[in-house]
Design a protein around this ligand. Structure first.
Ligand code: ACO
Length: 325
């Protein structure tokens, strides 16, 4: 079986910063409520850039950091809940933008676990020998599916993109990986698509608005439980101890979720790398943005181990232990 190396990462967020105070002028909320309930201080919101635009910028940065040309990429996997269009796929638009003319392209949908799912799929293509170089992307323009009148959800999310280059190589950088889903809890976080409407249906169909709705408490409980379970499972699978992990990079949803998980694991929250105070929850982009920051800030060195763990709509979940090269 071929070994999988993570040879580069990149990320991009829009330049427009929207503070909690700005949101409190749109809905009945306050900076104090948002900070104490979530840890979020501000988020980045697109002023016109779509998912493919942000994904393209993150991908170009990942290619630079991996020192590869676009023509070397065999496969592009893009995870998003907010594609530019149904057709073409957002990965095909990115392929055109970066001129990755040799790449097979497809999108996947796993909400906030999307980056982990995409790495898992990309790694399998490399392990089997089918492809050598894979561009994995998590990108979201969540601002286009948020109901900006719903204070329960609009305070949580932000826009952004992240990317990583996986390549077949001498060393194994992915030392444990696990993904899963519980579709029975899917109603806890939804965003409807187009309902069935054709010449067999006589009743006039009112188009549902494609906006996010969420049972925050249900997600909170699920998130804490699954994060603790995944951390234990990944450590067991890789025969690692928590002490050997330099950083845990969680999906950046809510600081209180991270605090509860840390408490249940009996560890300090300082072990968790967070940036949700600046970006909010960027769904499929969140873990990759945080991972890129950890690398770019030189917070890790060769041989260190990072555990990434996520959960999201579906409900989906997943985690990886990465050995830093
Ligand atoms: N500002 C002020 N008050 C608010 C706001 C707001 N933005 N939002 C809700 N409230 C009110 C509620 O209406 C409620 O008022 P009531 O008691 O009069 O009914 C009160 O605050 C308490 O609401 P709760 O829902 O109990 O607040 P809670 O402490 O559970 O926090 C939150 C809500 C922040 C959404 C929390 O449940 C949470 O973070 N859950 C996880 C959500 C999440 O991470 N979702 C995304 C994960 S999946 C993915 O990433 C796609």
């Amino acid at each position: 079986m071929n070994k999988v190396e993570i040879i580069g990462t990149g990320s991009y967020v829009p330049s427009k910063v929207v503070s909690n105070n700005e949101l409190s002028r749109m809905v009945n909320t306050s900076d104090e409520w948002i900070r104490t309930r979530t840890g979020i201080r501000e988020r980045r919101i697109s002023q016109g850039e779509d998912t493919s635009d942000m994904a393209t910028k993150a991908s170009i940065e990942a290619m630079k950091s991996a020192n590869i040309e676009a023509g070397q990429i065999d496969l592009i996997i893009l995870s998003t809940a907010t594609p530019d269009s149904f057709i073409p796929s957002t990965s095909c638009i990115v392929q055109k933008n970066i001129k990755a003319v040799n790449a097979t392209c497809f999108d996947i949908s796993a909400a906030c676990s999307g980056f982990i799912y995409a790495v898992d799929i990309g790694a399998q293509f490399i392990r089997s020998g089918r492809f050598k170089t894979v561009l994995v992307i998590g990108a979201e323009t969540l601002s286009k599916i948020i109901d900006w009148q719903d204070r329960n959800t609009c305070i949580l999310f932000g826009d952004g993109a992240s990317a990583a280059i996986l390549q077949s190589g001498e060393e194994e950088d992915i030392i444990a990986i696990h993904t899963g889903a519980d579709g029975s809890k899917g109603r806890a976080l939804t965003c409807p698509a187009i309902p069935v409407s054709n010449f067999y249906l006589k009743d006039e169909i009112t188009l549902n608005k494609s906006k996010v709705s969420m049972d925050g408490k249900e997600i909170f409980k699920f998130a804490v439980k699954i994060m603790v379970k995944l951390v234990k499972l990944l450590l067991e699978e890789s025969h690692c101890s928590l002490e050997e992990i330099k950083y845990i990079i969680p999906h950046q949803a809510n600081y209180r979720i991270i605090e509860c998980a840390a408490q249940k694991l009996g560890i300090n929250t300082s072990k968790f790398y967070t940036n949700l105070d600046h970006y909010g929850n960027t769904s499929a982009a969140s873990i990759g943005i945080a991972l890129d920051e950890v690398y770019k800030k030189n917070l890790v060195e060769s041989g260190d181990k990072i555990l990434v763990v996520g959960f999201g709509g579906g409900l989906t979940y997943g985690g990886i232990i990465i050995k830093v090269r």
